[in-house]
Design a protein around this ligand. Structure first.
Ligand SMILES: [Zn+2]
Length: 435
């Protein structure tokens, strides 16, 4: 046990070393001499210019519309004008937080770049991040983007998207699709960032999200990407498919050969493989808003137009003034994805009181989570459904189940993305759109 743990830690140290950013360039002239702050910097020379990032990098939106953000770094940091060839705007001393606001950014011609001096992360409001920060003013507030090599970015994704305690094959498969997804989302320089750090893309937590097991999975798969023919695959994923993944053509009307939807026996028993949720009819009506405003009192809701995966493509709403229907994915977005966890809906019941609701016992499964208790009062709706997420691509809980049955990284990816292959990029993989 002790040996295993030591080996893991050694592996993580190796991974970190192999993925580390290059050391700070030595200052041989220029800004350090004659600068009154130089004494504060101690023995660590500052960068004399913005350092290039190795390999493919991504720009991740961390914060926006903030009046100011607090930045710090263990050995201090430098703030540069984004216009190349200009001297640093300022240098902050070691471990000294500095508030950056729109007034400070107005001193830069087109935004600023913050880089840590020496090794170590940059802290944004107390949270550590690798790479560097791009700072822009936007509508009087501050927009903060973390730019870093894609492999370092994936270190901070794995611990937010799945548990580091899951089998290595799942962690490695996820590292490959997270890396592929990120490079596939890269945009040109006209865009301020490529991805957001939230659920609109992949959840990214910077160094706080890292773990030795996750870092090892990134290291073991470094540079590996998911391909279809000569292009990067659209590497979508979701939490749990509920028994059948969704096709891209059904959800987005895009015909993608390797995203056709597969029957998935491996996520049975996942926490949201089967679920029930409740919502008051008043809340339902206010969230659906103009879509059903002229339908009157809601008396019934029904999933209709079921696609080949079993998901509803439309929801019919019976009201006291007639029937309306709306797209199921719009219904899910409007009501909220924690109430309508998927569009793989078994049934929706509407009743005047919780006592009149009749859960379908045949729909229950041995999920570890107990079903929620219905709220008091009514009228209300009870939804019964399967899985959590849009259902396209890799099912995270299914990939775990497959790995626990001995499935390898390539077997997991071939199951959820049939016809794709895993290989390294011969050169800059995501560079279809030059910066
Ligand atoms: Zn599944």
């Amino acid at each position: 046990m002790t040996l295993g743990r030591r080996a893991l830690i050694r592996g993580a140290v190796g991974a970190a070393a192999a993925l580390a950013l290059p050391r700070a360039a030595r200052a041989t002239g220029g800004i350090i001499e004659g600068d009154a702050d130089a004494a504060q910097l101690g023995a660590t020379p500052p960068p004399i210019s913005v350092r290039p990032l190795p390999g493919d990098s991504v720009r991740v939106l961390l914060l926006r519309a903030r009046p100011s953000v607090s930045l710090s770094a263990p050995q201090g940091f430098a703030l540069f004008d984004r216009a190349p060839g200009t001297p640093p705007l300022l240098r902050a001393a070691a471990a000294q937080p500095l508030a950056v606001d729109a007034a400070l950014l107005a001193r830069a011609s087109g935004g600023a770049i913050a880089e840590a001096l020496g090794e170590g992360p940059l802290y944004v409001d107390g949270r550590p991040y690798r790479g560097r920060l791009l700072l822009m003013s936007e509508g009087g507030g501050v927009l903060v983007v973390n730019e870093l090599p894609v492999d370092l970015y994936v270190l901070g994704v794995l611990g937010r998207e799945i548990s580091p305690a899951w089998p290595p094959a799942v962690l490695q498969a996820h590292a490959i699709i997270s890396r592929t997804y990120a490079l596939g989302r890269r945009k040109d320089a006209a865009h301020a960032f490529d991805l957001s750090a939230g659920t609109a893309d992949q959840v990214y937590g910077g160094m706080s999200a890292e773990s030795p097991r996750g870092n090892d999975a990134v290291y073991q798969t470094r540079g590996r990407l998911l391909w279809y023919a000569e292009g990067l695959a659209s590497a979508f994923f979701h939490s749990c498919c509920g028994g059948h993944t969704e096709s891209a053509s059904a959800l987005w009307r895009q015909e993608i050969p390797y995203l056709q939807g597969v029957a998935d026996p491996y996520c049975v028993g996942a926490p949201h493989y089967r679920w029930r949720s409740y919502i008051g009819c008043d809340t339902l009506r206010s969230r659906l808003g103009p879509d059903i405003s002229d339908a009157g009192q809601i008396s019934a809701l029904q999933p209709i137009d079921i696609d080949p995966s079993g998901r509803a493509t439309r929801i019919a709403v019976d009201g006291s003034r007639g029937q309306r229907d709306l797209e199921a994915k719009v219904f899910r977005q409007r009501i909220g994805t924690s109430v309508v966890r998927s569009t793989l809906l078994h049934r929706i019941q509407v009743a005047d009181s919780p006592e009149r609701l009749q859960p379908d016992p045949a729909f229950d499964d041995p999920s570890p989570a107990p079903p929620p208790q219905p709220p008091r009062g009514g009228p209300l709706a009870m939804l019964e459904g399967a899985g959590w997420g849009h259902g396209v691509g890799l099912c995270q809980w299914g990939a775990r189940g497959l790995a626990l049955r001995g499935g390898s990284v390539s077997e997991i990816l071939a199951f959820y993305f049939p016809g794709t292959s895993v290989r390294s990029a011969p050169s800059s993989a995501g560079a279809q759109t030059p910066r």
